[in-house]
Design a protein around this ligand. Structure first.
Ligand SMILES: [Zn+2]
Length: 452
C-alpha cells in the first residue's frame, strides 16, 4: 500500500499534469513580467509579450539565467535586487547561497514560497515511508540555505519529530536515548558517524535507525550501497537547492521524482540552446512554477543549475507517482576533461567504493589530475585513507578501481593501453589526506594541470 502526501497531484494523469504545467507556465511568465524588474526589462527590451509564453516549450524563447546573472543584478552590481519579485511587505526571509567566489546570491522567500518548499519535501518524506511515528535527526545546516528549515517545516505537516542538530557530531546518547528512526546527512558524514559509533562499541545496524537520507552532494551508487550495508537500512537520495529544486527518491529507488507541478525542469544541451531528448544527459535548467494567484519572492525562469542529469522516465513509477524521474545529478564544476573524456568526481568515488575495497580503506579519498611525463600524457592520482596501510591489499584495491574506471570511461582505454593516460594510487593512514587539512567543503577531484 503506497501512501501519498498529495495524492491528487502526485498521481495525476500525464495529460492533466502537462496541462497544469502549461497553465502555470502562463501565469508564471505573466507574474514575472509584472513583478520582477529583471524580467520586466527583458520582456520590454526583447519585444516579447508575456502572453506569447503559452506552453513550456515557449520557455526556449526566454533567456537562460545563471548564478552569475543573479549576482550581476543585485547590489553592489545594481542599486536594487532585480530578481526580487514581491513587495518587501510580502518577503518573509532572506536566504543566501554560499558562492565559491564573490558575493553570495540573495534569495527572497515569501511565506507562500516556504509552504511550497515544505510541500515538496513533505511529498518526498512520505514517498520514502516517513510518517508521524518518525523521529529524524537533521545533520544538514540550519544556516542561510533552505534545506534543513524546509525539512523541519515539512515534518510539522506530517506530525514527524525533528532533532535539529544541524551537524553530524552529536553524542551517541542521542541515538540511545531519543531512539531516532532516521538521519539526514551527507554520505561521508553518515559514514564517519558510523565509524565513530563502532569505536564506542555501538553497531550502527543495531540502532533504532530505519532509514537514512543522503543529500547535499551527488554520490556514486557504490558508496550509497556501502552506507546502506553499514547502517543496515535503505539510503534515499534527495536533490535540493535554495533555488527551488527539491527532488527525492521514493522507496522504489528508481530515480528522483521531480515535483512537476511546482518546478519545471528542462534538460539542455551543453550550448544551452536546445532540449535534450529524454534519456540523454544534459544541463538541468529549472523554472519555478507558480499556481494561479501565487506569489514568489525570487522568481527564476530557466535557471541553469550547473548540474547535469538525464530524464529516466515520464511513465508512472511502481510507487504510483506519475511525476518524472531523473538520475542523480552531478556537479558540472566537478567534471574535468581528460584526453577527450569527461571525468566526474563521482566516477572516482565509484572506483574507491568497489566491493571488497572497503575491507581495507575507509572510503575517504582525494584525487588529482596532473600532466604526465610528456606533454600529451595525463596522470590521475588517487589517494585513499586506510586504517592500516601496511596490511592493506593495495594491489587488489588498485586493480578493482582500474577495472571499474576503464569500464565506465571506455574512451580512455586506448590512451591507457598506450600509457598516455596513467593511474597512480597512494594509501595513507587515517587523517593523512591533504583535504583533511583544509577547511570548508573538501575538493576530492582537483585538476592540477597548468591552464592551456
Ligand atoms: Zn516512485
Amino acid at each position: 500500500m503506497h501512501r501519498y502526501h498529495n495524492p491528487a497531484v502526485e498521481t495525476m494523469d500525464r495529460d492533466d499534469l502537462d496541462a497544469l504545467i502549461d497553465e502555470r507556465v502562463r501565469y508564471t511568465a505573466r507574474y514575472a513580467a509584472e513583478h520582477s524588474p529583471f524580467y520586466r526589462h527583458w520582456f520590454r527590451e526583447n519585444g516579447v509579450e508575456p502572453g506569447d509564453i503559452r506552453v513550456h516549450e515557449d520557455l526556449l524563447r526566454l533567456p537562460i539565467v545563471s548564478g552569475r546573472t543573479i549576482r550581476e543584478h543585485q547590489p553592489p552590481g545594481t542599486t536594487d535586487f532585480e530578481f526580487l519579485s514581491a513587495g518587501w511587505d510580502a518577503v518573509f526571509t532572506i536566504q543566501e547561497t554560499s558562492g565559491t567566489s564573490g558575493t553570495p546570491k540573495s534569495f527572497f522567500l515569501t511565506w507562500d514560497d516556504w509552504k511550497r518548499y515544505a510541500e515538496k519535501y513533505a511529498r518526498s518524506f512520505v514517498s520514502q515511508g516517513f510518517g508521524a511515528e518518525d523521529r529524524t535527526v537533521v545533520c544538514a545546516s540550519y544556516g542561510m540555505n533552505v534545506g534543513a528549515n524546509t525539512m523541519t517545516l515539512a515534518a510539522q505537516r506530517l506530525g514527524m519529530t525533528i532533532i535539529p542538530f544541524g551537524k553530524c557530531d552529536f553524542a551517541s546518547r542521542v541515538l540511545t536515548s531519543y531512539r531516532p528512526t532516521a538521519i539526514v546527512g551527507s554520505v561521508f558524514k553518515l559514514l564517519r558517524l558510523a565509524r565513530r559509533l563502532e569505536k564506542e562499541g555501538i553497531h550502527p545496524e543495531d540502532t533504532s535507525i530505519r532509514r537514512l537520507i543522503a543529500g547535499g552532494e551527488s554520490f556514486a551508487d557504490e558508496s550509497r550501497k556501502y552506507l546502506s550495508e553499514v547502517w543496515g537500512c535503505p539510503v534515499y537520495n534527495t536533490y535540493g537547492s535554495t533555488e527551488g529544486t527539491m527532488c527525492g527518491e521514493c522507496t522504489e529507488l528508481s530515480g528522483l521524482h521531480v515535483p512537476e507541478d511546482l518546478v519545471h525542469l528542462d534538460i539542455y544541451d551543453p550550448q544551452l540552446k536546445a532540449f535534450v531528448p529524454d534519456g540523454g544527459c544534459g544541463r538541468a535548467v529549472l523554472t519555478t512554477l507558480l499556481p494561479e494567484g501565487g506569489k514568489a519572492g525570487t522568481l527564476l525562469i530557466n535557471y541553469d543549475t550547473e548540474d547535469t542529469t538525464a530524464v529516466l522516465s515520464r511513465e508512472q513509477c511502481a510507487c504510483g507517482r506519475t511525476h518524472m524521474r531523473i538520475i542523480n545529478p552531478q556537479r558540472e564544476a566537478e567534471t574535468f576533461w581528460i584526453l577527450g573524456s569527461p571525468v566526474n568526481r563521482v566516477d572516482i568515488e565509484a572506483g574507491v567504493f568497489q566491493p571488497g575495497n572497503l575491507d581495507h580503506v575507509t572510503g575517504e579519498y582525494e584525487s588529482f589530475i596532473t600532466p604526465g611525463a610528456s606533454p600529451d600524457e595525463v596522470a590521475l592520482h588517487v589517494t585513499m585513507e586506510c586504517p592500516d596501510p601496511e596490511k592493506a591489499d593495495t594491489r587488489s584495491i588498485s586493480e578493482r578501481f582500474t577495472e571499474h574506471f576503464l569500464q565506465v570511461k571506455r574512451g580512455l582505454v586506448p590512451m591507457y593501453e598506450e600509457k598516455k593516460f596513467t593511474l597512480h594510487f597512494a594509501f595513507v593512514s587515517v587523517a593523512g589526506l591533504e583535504l583533511q587539512k583544509v577547511r570548508g567543503r573538501p575538493k576530492r577531484l582537483v585538476d592540477r594541470r597548468p591552464p592551456a
